[in-house]
Design a protein around this ligand. Structure first.
Ligand SMILES: [Zn+2]
Length: 467
């Protein structure tokens, strides 16, 4: 099977030109002007932008939580991702404290393998670092192709590791060519504030936000950056939201340190005023629960910091932390914010939101857009150049995008398995039209043409602290 994309405007992290792309099987074969080739199928991309497939390196599909699961499974989640121009996701395996990393890998594979429409990989969250876990690290990197290790500085008793374990893990991961991802917030401070608010009867979603002030993130980011500097282990802060935390990374550059930073689309375009939909007006609403996630949404000044951080090269990745729950599930916390399942749906919306709010509004360039949504995730997580760019020899993961088409986001039309949208009624400029995954047309004319099982587990290479 061969395919020719004619006359599209190809955008990569560092190029912008009009050409044809000839795809043979799963791979881009040739790129050039007016290619004299015969192909089984031809797509005319005149007037369209042609990007590499998006990579969302932070999603939670079919994730067990408080006796329930996040509402997108591997099929619905990776399919919705494709509709939105994301051809690959990296999901998180969570080790159970007391069990091995391999037991967790087996459990997650039981849910994911054979069920994905789009390509996928895993990070493994190390929640219990001990002599046995230590022996598994090398195996994950060298045999399983899983080279990034997630750590939590919060959620004591469930996911958190202490600093002693963090240092030990960093030394082991560094030795074998891996990377530490971190949820950097100060769990003890947050637990204290949650308990205080609950004791005072302050139970609405607004208090989720007030229990995680900026300092809880800034303090943990700084501590993580210091530990990463001390051990020399490459570090990547997931879902960074605020000025204080980014300044910790910025300060570390003065001693020549590089820490990777991911933010998520919601932190760039939504702010904490959404929680005030619940301010006591006589009837306490619950709408703010749609945006109950950790860390919470921040202030306008933090959005400015994050956009600037992208352009300063301090923020390398825009992900989603996609972790959807149905409204019925969110209502588990109707009477107590601390019982609201954390997370919001965005896997399908990331590429269009970032284009419409970022490129169209002149906050980032087209090249920067591709860099943070496609290329840097591939580079940082050991998949470049197979993924994350458009070049001969790479996987033919391609998005054909109409930069002018206007449309409106809504739960009524999205493909994520969740009954609300955090962006209901948002008007977008720019729409994903056609998506290719390894040479196959995945999305065309608003339809998904691939079945579950097409999505492949992508083994990743060792990583370095340089991109
Ligand atoms: Zn997450």
């Amino acid at each position: 099977m061969s395919l020719l994309i004619k006359n599209g405007r190809i955008i990569t992290a560092d190029a912008d030109y009009v050409a044809d792309i000839f795809i043979d099987g799963e791979i881009i074969h040739t790129i050039g002007k007016n290619l004299p080739v015969n192909a089984d199928e031809i797509i005319d991309a005149t007037g369209k932008l042609v990007f590499p497939g998006g990579i969302d390196p932070h999603v939670h599909l079919d994730m067990p939580f408080m006796g329930t699961f996040s509402s997108d499974n591997y099929e619905t989640g990776t399919r919705a991702a494709l509709f939105g121009g994301t051809t690959m996701v990296i999901d998180f395996i969570l080790q159970k404290q007391g069990n091995s990393l391999h037991a967790a890998l087996d459990e997650w594979r039981g849910r994911s393998d054979g069920n994905c429409v789009g390509d996928y990989s895993f990070h493994i969250a190390v929640t219990d670092f001990n002599d046995n876990t230590k022996k598994e690290i090398k195996d994950f990197i060298e045999k399983e192709g899983i080279t990034s290790f997630k750590t939590f500085m919060a959620y004591k008793g469930a996911l958190m590791i202490d600093d002693r374990q963090m240092i030990g893990l960093m030394e082991e991961v560094k030795q074998h060519g891996g990377l530490i991802n971190v949820h950097a917030t100060n769990g003890d401070m947050i637990d204290y504030l949650i308990a205080k608010h609950r004791a005072e009867g302050k139970l609405s979603p607004l208090y989720h936000y007030l229990s995680q002030p900026e300092v809880t993130e800034a303090e943990a980011a700084e501590r993580f950056v210091d530990m990463s500097n001390y051990t020399g282990c490459p570090g990547y802060i997931v879902h960074l939201t605020c000025e204080g935390a980014l300044n910790a990374v910025r300060n570390a550059t003065k001693r020549n340190q590089k820490t990777f930073v991911e933010t998520c689309i919601q932190y760039l375009i939504l702010d904490a005023s959404l929680y005030e939909k619940d301010l006591p007006t006589g009837q306490a609403g619950f709408e703010g629960a749609k945006w109950v996630m950790s860390p919470p949404l921040r202030q306008k000044k933090d959005q400015e910091t994050l956009w600037a951080g992208i352009n300063q090269g301090l923020v390398q990745v825009v992900a989603t932390d996609h972790c959807p729950f149905m409204w019925e599930q969110k209502k588990m916390g109707e009477k107590d914010f601390s019982k609201i399942p954390n997370g919001h749906p965005a896997i399908e919306n990331r590429m269009e939101l970032l284009f419409s709010e970022g490129v169209v509004k002149n906050r980032i360039t087209l090249n920067k857009y591709v860099e943070v949504a496609c290329t840097n995730p591939a580079k940082i997580f050991g998949m470049f150049p197979r993924k994350g760019t458009i070049a001969p020899g790479t996987d033919a993961d391609i998005v054909i995008f109409d930069p002018h088409e206007k449309h409106v986001l809504s739960a009524k039309t999205h493909h994520m398995n969740v009954d609300y949208s955090g962006y209901e009624g948002w008007e977008m400029t720019g729409k994903v039209k056609t998506v290719l995954l390894r040479g196959q047309v995945a999305i065309n004319d608003g339809k998904c043409l691939l079945q579950k099982g097409y999505g492949k587990f992508i083994r990743r290479n060792k990583v370095s602290a340089i991109v």
